[in-house]
Design a binder for this molecule. Sequence first.
Ligand SMILES: *[C@@H]1O[C@H](CO)[C@@H](O)[C@H](O)[C@H]1NC(C)=O
Ligand SMILES: *[C@@H]1O[C@H](CO)[C@@H](O)[C@H](O)[C@H]1NC(C)=O
Length: 415
Amino acid sequence: MGFSIKYFAVVILVILSPVTGTSIGVNYGQIADNLPPPEKVVPLVKSMGATRLKLYDADPRVLKAFANTNVEFIVSVGNEYLADMKDPAKAQAWVKTNVQAYLPATKITCIAVGNEVLTFNDTSLSNNLLPAMESVYAALVSLHLDKQVSVSTAHSLAILETSYPPSAGAFRRDLVDCITQVLDFHCKTGSYFQINAYPYFAYKANPKQVPLDYVLFQPNPGNVDPVTNLHYDNMLYAQIDAVHSALASIGYKNVCVQISETGWPSKGDGDEVGATPDNARKYNCNLIKLVSQKKGTPLRPNTNLNIYVFALFNENLKPGPTSERNYGLFKPDGSPSYPLGFAGINAVGTNSSSSSSPATGTGSSTSTSSSTPAWSSPDGYLSITSDSGRIQISLKSLVLRLHTVGLISLLFYQL
Ligand SMILES: *[C@@H]1O[C@H](CO)[C@@H](O)[C@H](O)[C@H]1NC(C)=O
Ligand SMILES: *[C@@H]1O[C@H](CO)[C@@H](O)[C@H](O)[C@H]1NC(C)=O
């Protein structure tokens, strides 16, 4: 009897908590004419274990398809609507149509008002930012949705004038007034300060100076911030802590930071050094592993990383260099852009045995032939293959859970 209870409990606990810890968020961009319908994207997102998505609009097809899935959404108001949103009536109409109509079945938890507005250097656009955020927030308050839906706006890392060393992080002087007002808004409403951070851009601009392993979260000597003596072994941490330092330097030490975008392209033009499938795989797999380890940055070790990967799909209609169209974890047909450790839409069930290939950690000096995802390394990760996709649970939490099972069955024995 003890055995069957124990077995049952193991099964229940594992089924009830397929994804442990902080899960990664993913940006679901749709500047493309070849993406799968949102209903097909639901199982894809589930196969990744992702529980948070960010949209650049409030696409009704997506919001409907994800009803009752428990996936959390950040929806966005495009920059072209900021002027309109200043009008309280228009903001309220927008919130009713694009947010309220889907609650509570679809878990919309945040509205991002504008994307990278301040770095366009367009004063009239920048001047609309805070009024638009306030107006959208006022609409939420009047609809009694402000406790479940927050308001933010995503900034480019280029709002920083100085980002190295991290302790010297400082905002562009011409933006400080505007940023201060946005920060007051975050304090008042309890929302995140969102930053889009791409170590890839730093590498692409300076491939001879920036060590590739440092930007890809691979083993490397790293460097020490001379002021704080903190050791940095990857650039994303350094960028995030530069933001923390910039915030502290103007008196906003306690505002929480969310990385609303980060990622790495799997393909680029001839002059886009580093945009390869293998580098993209290392960046994204190592990143997802870091997030699931629930560790913070050197400056904020006890704050979980809060990160949205860019992006779910390659987007064939994005303008700009080739890299812009190749940030996707998945190709439009639903297959992974590179080996990721989850099967994709078409491959589910057909290629499930590939997860049992020998595990390689991030620590191994990777040859290009190594395609095993970082998170299946024996030093903490374990993949469970199920029919509907892959479920990752950390070994540590599994052990914890087994302890819990032990306690539960002990209680049963006592009874
Ligand atoms: C905006 O202004 C900053 C600082 O003056 C400059 O470095 C940056 O290149 C400008 N960005 C654009 C998009 O014009
Ligand atoms: C299955 O995996 C093999 C080898 O990794 C790959 O060549 C093939 O395209 C995959 N099949 C599907 C349906 O994804």
